[in-house]
Design a protein around this ligand. Sequence first.
Ligand SMILES: *[C@@H]1O[C@H](CO)[C@@H](O)[C@H](O)[C@H]1NC(C)=O
Ligand SMILES: *[C@@H]1O[C@H](CO)[C@@H](O)[C@H](O)[C@H]1NC(C)=O
Length: 357
Amino acid sequence: MNLPTQTFLRLLVILLLWADRRCSALKWLALYKNKQRHWNSTQHCVKSRQYGLVSNQIKICKQHLDLMPTVRLSTKMAVETCQTQFSDRRWNCSSAGLAPKLSRDLTTGTREQAYVYAVSSASLVHAVARACSIGVTTKCSCGALPNSPPDGDFKWGGCGDDVQFGLLFSDIFTEAPMTKKGKRKTGKKAAINRHNNNAGRRVVANSLTTACKCHGVSGSCSIKTCWRALPDFDKIGATLKKQYAVAVEVAYRRVNKVKQFIPLNPQIRNIRGDELLYYTKSPDYCNPDKKTGSVGTTGRFCDIESKGSGGCLSMCCGRGYTSFTMEIIERCECKYYWCCYVKCKECPKTLHLNQCR
Ligand SMILES: *[C@@H]1O[C@H](CO)[C@@H](O)[C@H](O)[C@H]1NC(C)=O
Ligand SMILES: *[C@@H]1O[C@H](CO)[C@@H](O)[C@H](O)[C@H]1NC(C)=O
């Protein structure tokens, strides 16, 4: 290779690495691929760079080793929730599973990107708040009990999820890739990701409910204690999907010397903190396209009876589908034998499947 070519290639590599670094705010979603169970050495943090942690996050990791299995768990929960919520959609969140590599559907400011950022930060709040209440770390414990007197026949007590600490930790951890030399990045990309991360946290904070426990002779409930608890994460994932459906398209404009997101629809006056924002219209995700990060729907299974998003008409984008049957063996007619086992028969079952062309 001659010298100019070499220099050119080197420049190209630097440029590619740089372009890559610009969208590093979601790479930590790959952390679940790190099979580390016991985080007792800062080496485990350094090694996590390959699973998407950036330098600022590695610092946090070193200071919070005890919470790292929880952070890891939260990434698993986020990816699984996203893929479950979107399993019957053309865009099925498979790209979240590619992290730390990020395809363009997750870097160009789409609605899908908004969901994934929100579900990741929300999942981190949820996992950390739970971890606090079960005593995983000494940095937090039970959530604070409400100051207001209970409106009912019970006392505040018990150990609730420490949502305050979860919110704080999620904020610090998700903000870390968007901070450079102690300063928050303020470009459009960082700003939209920050908003959607915050929206995810807002949805968790808004979803707190009251859980109670009865005490007293043989569960008579003469004494009832209640605390503030989070619902299961599926429920938060579902709420976020509703927010996805009504996400607001925005432009980043200077207003009174401050850049901010303005809804394109003039009928929308202001943006609520729990609303998801996007600035790039999504493709229809019908065909593979590197430019948009679409992988297409060829090979996807569809529901022949449904007229909705999982139905063959919508899923296969009019290309049609192949139908076939498959025999599987299912456990069936299970009987419980005292004590203590279950015995099942094996029943053959025919599945009728339809796969998009
Ligand atoms: C970390 O934990 C593992 C499993 O408990 C143990 O085998 C290993 O010796 C520990 N390493 C350090 C540095 O404490
Ligand atoms: C999601 O779609 C991709 C691309 O069509 C496919 O490879 C993958 O199996 C799908 N995942 C699920 C969970 O359906």
